[in-house]
Design a protein around this ligand. Structure first.
Ligand SMILES: *Cc1c(COP(=O)(O)O)cnc(C)c1O
Length: 367
């Protein structure tokens, strides 16, 4: 039987091979390896696509979170609230600024439980980093209201949620600034590391840009010490090509998800992902909760179906956060699901036949 991979970036490349190859060749011909037209064009294109004023490209989606916090003035003595269930970048970058990450358990949508945030706000709280995980939107209405009444910055981690919509508006446009990753496997992925920050404020945009470019907006005019965080020319060219297909690819992901939802709906041993009301989920991941997860994973692997676990450990369970002495009972949802999570194959090129095969094999396992 033909294998069903978890993702297949080479298959996607083949559908746009000529454009990608030309773009890479052009960058080499122009020797615009760092900076140049393609980088500024991508910043313009991405901002236009999301209907926001500014886009600042950076080296990856971890730098973007760090730069945002640093330029919002977050540092030593501050607290930043974030979700207990995410990739470590969303909390790691809080610590990098010198501030303390405050974890909040998740709701039934895998996103930060908005009802538990208020209790965690202290005099030291400066910001909330929400993570639109799997492509799901957080409870933006409740969270923006909280940020307003407590005067907190709202930072959106959109590494997994390119083109996710909430109330007909793209996520990433609700807070003070948002962070995107273009890691190859993300919904918009480069062929290496890449990331971006978006925001409406010109003042903040200038700060982000300056900090990412060694503290200088003009060459050799360093206003402050910054860092070196750049999107390179080859990646920008590739992203410009791929951005044109993002809407189509996102809709295909939604179709894949719809087929999974239809065909797995009766299986008692499985909890299917819910979609928050007023949300257009972008399904970066299709995560189910299931009984006998490890056996199911092994059985699917034997049938040539590749699955993954996002993530085996909630952030408060990681050794990296032992020093915080967290009360594990505060994270019943995030920690309680650790042994049940399974991510099914999802990418735009997945065929209906492949999706139905995955569903059939899951059903057979539980028979
Ligand atoms: C991928 C990811 C990041 C980090 O992106 P990189 O480009 O790999 O640094 C941050 N947050 C979340 C939720 C992610 O999934």
């Amino acid at each position: 039987m033909k294998k069903i991979p978890f993702v297949d970036l080479h298959q996607q490349y083949l559908t746009i091979k000529t454009e990608i190859d030309n773009s890479i060749q052009n960058t080499i011909r122009k020797t615009s390896f760092i900076g140049g037209d393609d980088v500024s064009l991508f910043e313009k294109n991405f901002a236009e696509k999301l209907d926001i004023k500014n886009c600042i490209s950076v080296a990856n989606g971890t730098d973007s979170l760090y730069i945002i916090q640093k330029m919002l003035g977050i540092g030593e003595g501050d607290e930043v609230i974030t979700s207990a269930y995410s990739w470590i970048s969303s909390s790691e970058t809080i610590s990098q600024t010198g501030a303390k990450p405050i974890f909040i358990d998740i709701d039934e949508f895998y996103t930060i439980d908005a009802n538990k945030i208020e209790k965690a706000i202290t005099k030291k709280t400066k910001a909330i980093i929400i993570v639109h995980i799997h492509g799901q939107s957080c409870d933006i209405e409740k969270i923006t209201a909280l940020c307003k009444s407590y005067n907190l910055f709202l930072i959106e981690d959109c590494a997994q949620s390119h083109l996710t919509e909430y109330n007909n508006k793209y996520v990433g446009t609700f807070g003070d600034a948002a962070s995107f990753s273009f890691y190859p496997g993300k919904n918009l992925g480069a062929y290496g590391d890449a990331g971006a920050i978006i925001c409406n404020s010109d003042e903040l945009a200038n700060k982000f840009k300056m900090y990412a470019r060694h503290g200088a907006l003009k060459k050799h005019e360093h206003q402050i010490e910054g860092i070196n965080s750049r999107l390179d020319g080859i990646q920008a060219g590739i992203l410009n090509v791929k951005l044109k297909y993002l809407t189509e690819w996102t809709n295909k992901r939604r179709q894949v998800a719809e087929l999974y939802l239809q065909n797995l709906s009766g299986v008692e041993e499985i909890k299917l992902p819910l979609v928050r009301p007023n949300t257009k989920h972008s399904f970066h991941l299709f995560v189910i909760r299931c009984k006998n997860r490890d056996e199911l994973m092994k059985s699917l692997k034997n049938k040539g179906i590749e699955t993954a676990i996002h993530y085996p450990h909630a952030l408060p369970s990681l050794k990296a956060y032992e020093y915080l002495n967290l009360e594990k009972s505060q994270f019943v949802n995030a920690i309680g699901q650790e042994s049940e999570l399974l991510s099914l194959p999802i990418f735009p090129e997945l065929t209906e036949y492949e999706i139905l095969t995955v569903c059939d094999e899951i059903k057979k396992f539980y028979l």
